[in-house]
Design a protein. Structure first.
Length: 343
């Protein structure tokens, strides 16, 4: 009887592991396909052979400029920003045990947005300064949320409520800046606020790429502890997890990559919100869904950008498409949580 129970547990673990590997492999394959399509499609459709030769350094008239200066930076920005939003949003949702506890809802991306709009509309600074300001503001927003939500014990509800309040305040500030700003500066600020891959440049990407390569592995390595935190504060402590240090490491890692992604592409709506739940549905329970969430985020951004660019007569920024996808899910989630008495 004991051996039978052990075999059942082992079989269940192996089955979940196979499912995780299968889902991750399929998401990776889809991502590679979308990256290829991003490089091929445009005003002119280039054969994959010419694109590959151009990427390897061969100069082909017309193809070289379009691929290396327009399509490749756009694809890389969508790839790394989508992965950053996906894994960062999943980290907050899992750690705080609430699907509403994502960077969009609790104000982190709004803090970055407020700083960027201020630099664009009021200070008229360079893109580099805008990026630095948005990263610093994202970190400062997290610090304010932490300070204002402090109590005798860690409270998920308090953090979410304080975050929503700070987000509302920052949105009001953004509206005021747009109201008093000069007319010629408003379009640039609105394009940034919408979230867009338009105009992505290679020199903007190194900081985002480095941040993802440094901080995403930290989140992945702490995936087991993150899953334990999902059980609750007391359960995590009883299982030997240093909750304070683990939480600080996860928050800082997630905030850095989200803030840098926001600095490059703007706050692409709902990617951080959708990626974790979708990955969890696909992967199931038992294994960390940090990597699948990142892959879902990257797939969402690239697929939405392709839809926005080629599915309609007018070209739309990627943030509009992800907003159209994410808004119904948010309404559904709120209705479901209200019925369960979680709101």
């Amino acid at each position: 009887m004991k051996n039978s129970s052990v075999e059942t547990i082992i079989n269940g673990i192996n089955q979940r592991r196979r499912r995780w590997v299968l889902v991750t492999s399929l998401l990776s394959a889809l991502l590679i396909a979308l990256c290829c399509v991003m490089l091929i499609l445009g005003n002119t459709i280039y054969p994959i052979g010419q694109v590959l030769r151009t990427l390897l350094g061969e100069e082909i008239k017309g193809v070289d400029f379009a691929v290396n200066n327009i399509r490749l930076p756009r694809m890389l920005a969508g790839l790394f920003a989508g992965f950053a939003f996906g894994i960062g949003g999943n980290t907050f949702q899992t750690m705080l045990r609430n699907p509403l506890a994502n960077p969009n809802v609790i104000g982190i991306t709004t803090g970055s947005s407020a700083a960027a709009v201020f630099c664009i509309v009021i200070l008229h600074t360079s893109d580099t300064i805008v990026s630095i300001a948005s990263v610093v503001a994202g970190l400062a927003t997290v610090l304010f949320i932490y300070l204002f939500s402090r109590g005798k014990t860690f409270s998920i509800g308090r953090i979410i409520l304080v975050g929503i309040g700070i987000q509302a305040m920052l949105n009001a500030l953004i509206s005021y800046i747009l109201l008093v700003g000069k007319q010629q500066d408003i379009p640039a600020a609105l394009r940034w606020l919408t979230g867009s891959l338009n105009g992505s440049q290679m020199d903007e990407l190194p900081s985002l790429v480095i941040a993802v390569l440094v901080f995403a592995p930290i989140i992945i390595m702490l995936g087991k502890h993150l899953s334990i935190l999902e059980l609750g504060e007391q359960s995590a402590i009883s299982l030997g997890v240093n909750t304070d240090k683990t939480r600080i490491a996860l928050i800082l890692s997630a905030v850095f990559i989200i803030a840098l992604a926001t600095a490059v592409t703007g706050p692409i709506a709902f990617v951080a919100f959708l990626s974790g739940p979708i990955a969890k549905r696909l992967v199931g329970v038992g294994f960390s869904n940090a990597i699948p969430a990142g892959l879902v985020g990257a797939n969402l951004v690239l697929a939405s950008d392709l839809i926005g660019q080629f599915a309609f007569d007018v070209r739309y920024p990627v943030g509009i498409i992800t907003g159209i996808i994410g808004a119904p899910y948010l309404i559904y989630l709120l209705i479901r949580m209200n019925r369960k008495g979680e709101l």
